[in-house]
Design a protein around this ligand. Structure first.
Ligand SMILES: NC(=O)c1ccc[n+]([C@@H]2O[C@H](COP(=O)([O-])OP(=O)(O)OC[C@H]3O[C@@H](n4cnc5c(N)ncnc54)[C@H](OP(=O)(O)O)[C@@H]3O)[C@@H](O)[C@H]2O)c1
Length: 252
């Protein structure tokens, strides 16, 4: 099968997977972090799990850029840098900064995340480095400027919220506390909100269906978990702020 056919197939599969994921995660919470439980087979320390499962999302776009892209094209160089700004950090730095890095993480989940990141990596990379063409003046057009602004806003919200969560614990601690500060004032999961917003920014700045497929999957993956976190906080902390929503300030 040719690369273009793979792209079409995987793009469709990603939208279908988003729907299946969204529905199933309301019934089964992914068994890591506070929802870690027995019965999911072999585990490995969370920090290595994160590094391994996020690696394809960092490496596949690198491969596509060097194998297929016009490397003189400033727009494509910037796309690569923007993508890696998120994924190099998520793969190489975040796993070793987060708290609970030695907690068990099921190998089965690592396998599923690798499969998704391979699929999404091919779809995103083919879309921006092979299929679509972008002239240099794309950098001055509104989708790029608006999309990059939203991407950076989402990135900042995501990183700031991850950092607030990390600072809740001493290095070897594993207990859960109520997070305060930043967008935690309004929602229980600002890190997820930032993640979703950031990928909306990517979809706009690349003006690509592939980008929206990734947004659909990210939302499908994180919205049910955001609700589960929110309900967990309310069930475990009597003094949990009653005005906080799960994911979207003032709405949900
Ligand atoms: N694109 C996607 O589809 C996708 C999917 C998943 C995650 N992500 C991103 O990956 C990052 C991590 O996600 P996650 O699902 O692991 O988030 P999470 O379950 O909220 O956990 C994040 C980190 O904070 C700790 N933590 C969470 N709540 C805490 C509390 N109340 N008190 C003390 N420590 C707390 C966790 O420790 P424990 O490990 O001990 O719980 C973990 O180290 C986020 O930035 C998220 O947006 C993206």
């Amino acid at each position: 099968m040719e690369l273009a056919q793979w792209y079409t197939l995987l793009l469709r599969a990603e939208f279908i997977l988003a729907i299946l994921t969204f529905v199933s995660l309301f019934f089964i919470s992914a068994p890591y972090g506070r929802f870690e439980r027995k019965g999911w087979g072999i585990t490995l320390p969370a920090k290595y799990a994160w590094m391994i499962m996020e690696s394809p999302a960092m490496l596949i776009p690198l491969y596509f850029f060097f194998a297929f892209a016009d490397k003189q094209q400033l727009v494509l160089i910037l796309f690569l840098l923007i993508w890696q700004f998120h994924y190099a950090h998520r793969t190489l730095i975040y796993p070793f900064q987060k708290s609970g890095g030695n907690r068990p993480f099921p190998l089965a989940l690592v396998g599923m995340a690798i499969a998704f990141n391979c699929m999404n990596g091919v779809v995103i990379s083919y879309s921006v480095f092979v299929k679509n063409t972008y002239a240099t003046d794309w950098l001055f057009q509104w989708p790029f400027v608006l999309g990059l602004s939203i991407f950076l806003l989402g990135y900042w919200i995501n990183k700031r919220s991850d950092s607030i969560l990390k600072n809740l614990r001493a290095p070897t601690e594993t207990t859960y506390k109520i997070p305060y500060g930043g967008l935690f004032k309004w929602v229980s999961n600002p890190h997820y909100l930032g993640e979703i917003l950031g990928w909306c920014g990517w979809a706009i700045l690349t003006w690509s269906v592939a980008g929206w497929a990734f947004v659909a999957y990210t939302f499908a993956n994180l919205a049910p978990r955001a609700l589960a976190h929110h309900q967990w906080y309310k069930a475990n902390f009597e003094d949990y702020p009653s005005n906080r929503k799960a994911l979207i300030p003032f709405i949900w």
